[in-house]
Design a protein around this ligand. Structure first.
Ligand code: AMP
Length: 305
């Protein structure tokens, strides 16, 4: 099954207690695509970059079997830029700068051959752009997943609420779930968010794992306790890539299979945080993913008696 990924392709400058980077390649869609590529080789991207974006990074995506026909390159313009600094606990971060650049007037054009993609991942991006992509699909995808962040809640809440009416799964972190719902308890927050449209909600809690809700049940996936966490940037997107990639591979969107998808998402996120930016994800292979999945299974296996 094919996955259509929408989201930022970006330059990031990141500061963590372990170091600092200059502009490196990042962006929600970049992480999602690389992560999904471990599960499916039918990945289509719709996004935009400026003339300053390196051809080598686009080639890297192509090498991961990402079809980049929907990646617009804007002459004379600059790529979206984000800079962030993590607190000592690595779970919280401050955004230091967000320069929309090419995103400011981005009109997403979904290539004809992408319009029947079965799985749609609306990665973190302007909610109106997420909606424009959805409107161009020839038929409703089998599953629509949307990820977002506080920036869009602060500045484009109405557009976000419009987009939420259309989606099946919302992935969001704990603080953002509280902001969106106005509820501190994550269980109450999920109930409020269900009223906005999604049928499933995944609340990511950084090193404390992730919760998957439907209206009746909840499932918990831990995060793997890691010796070294260098940079959490992109962990949420890598999670989303693993989640939707696994669902596309298995072509099963039941709640039970979503539980496995959440574990696969957690596996991908655990790799992401081990190095700065996309460095680690770019260099692992399917065998590494298989091995790490075993570690997850062992982490939660116990004798029921
Ligand atoms: P995550 O750590 O999973 O939230 O994702 C971090 C990635 O999101 C970085 O590579 C940034 O380029 C990208 N990003 C940061 N701010 C935004 C934003 N407002 N909209 C879309 N993508 C963003």
């Amino acid at each position: 099954m094919s996955v259509l990924v929408v989201g930022t392709v970006a330059f990031d400058a990141i500061e963590t207690p372990f170091g600092k980077t200059d502009k490196i390649v990042g962006g929600a869609a970049t992480y999602i695509c690389i992560s999904s590529s471990f599960f499916t080789n039918k990945i289509n991207i719709v996004s935009v970059v400026g003339e300053d974006f390196p051809q080598s990074a686009i080639q890297m995506l192509k090498n991961k079997s990402v079809n980049t026909k929907g990646l617009q390159i804007k002459k004379g313009e600059k790529t979206f830029f984000w800079s962030g600094k993590y607190h000592n606990n690595m779970n919280n971060r401050d955004t230091l700068d967000t320069q929309l650049n090419v995103l400011e007037n981005f009109d997403p054009i979904v290539p004809e051959e992408f319009k029947e993609s079965e799985f749609l991942m609306l990665g973190n991006l302007m909610p109106s752009v997420q909606k424009r992509v959805l409107e161009q699909m020839k038929k409703r995808p089998k599953l629509i997943v949307l990820d977002t962040m506080n920036f869009w809640m602060d500045h484009f809440l109405d557009d976000l609420k419009e987009a939420l009416k259309e989606v099946d799964v919302l992935t969001i972190n704990d603080e953002e779930a509280r902001q969106l719902s106005g509820e501190h308890s994550l269980v109450k927050a999920s109930k409020e968010i269900f009223k906005m449209g999604p049928k499933y909600i995944i609340i990511k809690k950084g090193e404390h794992g992730a919760l998957l809700f439907n209206k009746k049940e909840v499932f918990f996936a831990p995060a793997l306790p890691l010796e070294e966490v260098f940079d959490p940037t992109g962990a949420g997107d890598s999670f989303a890539g693993g989640f939707i990639g696994y669902l596309a591979k298995t072509n099963d969107v039941s709640f039970d299979n979503m539980k496995s998808a959440v574990i696969n998402g957690s596996v991908m996120a655990s790799f992401c945080v081990e190095k700065f930016g996309i460095e680690k994800l770019k260099n692992i292979n399917k065998e590494d993913v298989k091995e790490r999945k075993k570690e997850f299974i062992n982490l939660v296996r116990f004798n029921k008696n």
